[in-house]
Design a protein around this ligand. Structure first.
Ligand code: PRT
Ligand code: ZN
Length: 283
C-alpha cells in the first residue's frame, strides 16, 4: 500500500485534497491524526508540515509526497520528481527596497539578504560569484529591510502584493515553483505500479483543467469554416440532425479561447451553443 505525504494544513492542503478527491481518493482527516486511511485507492495519507515532506520521502517514511518544488529544492534531498501538479504556483525572488539604486546582481555584493530559503540562495549566489550575508529567518521575511535586519530579501512571491505593501521591488526570479509529486528513490516494482495508476488519474484530471466541452448546432454549409476556427484541436465530432441542413458539432476548447471561438462560431451561423464542464480527459 502506498503512503503519500501531504501538507497537514496550509496553502497546499485544500488543493491537494481536491486533487485526491477528483482522483477518487477520499479520506476523513481528523484534526489531530497524523495518518489517515483513504478509500477508493490503496493509499494512506501522512499529514506533515511541508518542510518535512521532502525528507520523509527521501528516507522512505512516505513512498510519495505532494509538496512545493521550492521545498524540494531547498532541502536538496534525493527524491524522484514524478510530475508537476499545476497548482500552488509561485516564484522565489530577490527583492530590494524601492529606493535602492539597483542595476544588476552586483548590487548584492556585501549586502545582507533575509530569507527562509538559505540553501537555494547560497547555491544561486555562489553560481553567480556574489558574496553576500545570508540571514535565515522563518516567517515575515518581507519586513526585514524595514526594521533594519537586512538590506534585501529572497522570498516567495505570488501576486507581488506583499512586496509592494512593504516598499520592495522584485529584481530577479530565481526559481519558478508549483506543487509537485515526488517519490522515494528505488521504489519497489509493486509500488511503482500503483504510482503509475495514480499518475494516470492525476494526468487526466490536470489535462482537463482549463478545458470546456462545447456543443452547438451548425448549418451544414458552415462546416468547413468551423473546422478552420478550431485548428490545432483534434477533429471535432460531427453528428447528423433530423434536419438535413443542420449538424451538431462537439469540440473541446481551452477556456482561455472559449469566448473568442464562440463569437467566431456564432459569426458563421452556430446556434444553441452549450458549454459544459469537463471532468476528465482519459487517453
Ligand atoms: O505549516 P507548514 O510548514 O506546512 O506551511 P508553511 O507555512 O511553511 O507554508 P504555506 O502553507 O504558507 O505554503 C505552502 C507552499 O505554498 C509554499 O511552500 C509554496 O510552494 C506555495 N505557495 C504558493 C506560497 C505562495 N503561493 C505564497 N504566496 N507560499 C507562500 N506564499 C506567501 C509569500 O511568501 C507572501 O509572503 O504568501 C504571501 C503573499 O504573496 P503575494 O506575492 O501574493 O503577496
Ligand atoms: Zn513550512
Amino acid at each position: 500500500m502506498l503512503r503519500i505525504a501531504i501538507q497537514a494544513k496550509g496553502r497546499l492542503n485544500e488543493k491537494t485534497m481536491a486533487l485526491l478527491a477528483d482522483a477518487g481518493i477520499s479520506a476523513s482527516v481528523g484534526s489531530r491524526s497524523l495518518i489517515a486511511h483513504a478509500k477508493g485507492f490503496p493509499v494512506d495519507l501522512l499529514l506533515l508540515r511541508d518542510d518535512d515532506i521532502p525528507q520523509a520521502v527521501a528516507m522512505g517514511t512516505a513512498d510519495i509526497g505532494i509538496v512545493g518544488l521550492n521545498e524540494v529544492e531547498e532541502k536538496n534531498v534525493n527524491v524522484e520528481q514524478v510530475m508537476n501538479l499545476g497548482f500552488g504556483g509561485c516564484r522565489l525572488s530577490l527583492a530590494v527596497p524601492r529606493e535602492a539604486n539597483y542595476k544588476d546582481l552586483k548590487w548584492f555584493e556585501g549586502k545582507r539578504i533575509a530569507t527562509s530559503y538559505p540553501g537555494i540562495l547560497s547555491r544561486f549566489l555562489s553560481q553567480n560569484s556574489i558574496n553576500a550575508e545570508i540571514h535565515t529567518i522563518t516567517g515575515s521575511v518581507e519586513i526585514a529591510p524595514a526594521i533594519g535586519m537586512a538590506d534585501s530579501i529572497f522570498d516567495i512571491v505570488s501576486s507581488g502584493g506583499t512586496l509592494v505593501q512593504n516598499g520592495l521591488i522584485e529584481v530577479l526570479s530565481v526559481l519558478e515553483s508549483q506543487a509537485v509529486l515526488i517519490a522515494t528513490p528505488n521504489i519497489s516494482p509493486e509500488k511503482r505500479e500503483e504510482l503509475d495508476k495514480l499518475c494516470f488519474r492525476f494526468r487526466s484530471i490536470i489535462e482537463s483543467r482549463g478545458m470546456k466541452y462545447v456543443l452547438m448546432n451548425l448549418p451544414k454549409t458552415s462546416l468547413e469554416e468551423a473546422l478552420n476556427i478550431l485548428p490545432g484541436m483534434k477533429s471535432p465530432t460531427v453528428l447528423h440532425l433530423a434536419d438535413p441542413n443542420w449538424l451538431s458539432l462537439h469540440a473541446v476548447i481551452p477556456e482561455s479561447q472559449l469566448w473568442e471561438k464562440i463569437e467566431e462560431l456564432k459569426g458563421i451561423g452556430a446556434e444553441d451553443i452549450l458549454v459544459l464542464m469537463l471532468e476528465n480527459i482519459v487517453k
